[in-house]
Design a protein around this ligand. Sequence first.
Ligand code: FES
Length: 165
Amino acid sequence: PPGRTITVRVNGVEHTTAIEDRDLLVDAIRKRLGLTGTHVGCYNGDCGACTITVNGKIVKSCLMLAASADGAEITTIEGFSGSRQLDEIQEAFWDKDGFQCGFCLPGHLFAARDLLAENPEPSEADIRQAISGNICRCTGYVNIVKSVQAAAQRRGSGQRPSAAA
Ligand code: FES
């Protein structure tokens, strides 16, 4: 089949992998690199379950061809905190029961981090707008909003996850 090789840096580790020209980035990540924390809910750009960052920007990885990611720096949920510890956003979702089945959680975490980077003190409306591209079928979003608010507070206070009660 027509194909090529791409080299990407994923969660700090360089990977060179063979792909087919038509491969979506989400499928390359899941099937070729084996990083199955990035989920697929729709393949249409609607649900947000496949959200990752590419060169620091959040991207729905079902909307990008793997070939277009050649040379990119990618972060998936497996590398979200940069360590084996949860970061303060993950801790906040844990504390506030911001997820139930967890399928949409990776996308919500990336959306929350992206929001807080731009707007450290978001209103509820800001939060709802920021997560509007991420569909959750379980929670009704109330605890997701509380989680993002708690994450903003943790960041604002400089509280580290290890200090969280
Ligand atoms: Fe990509 Fe739904 S699988 S947005």
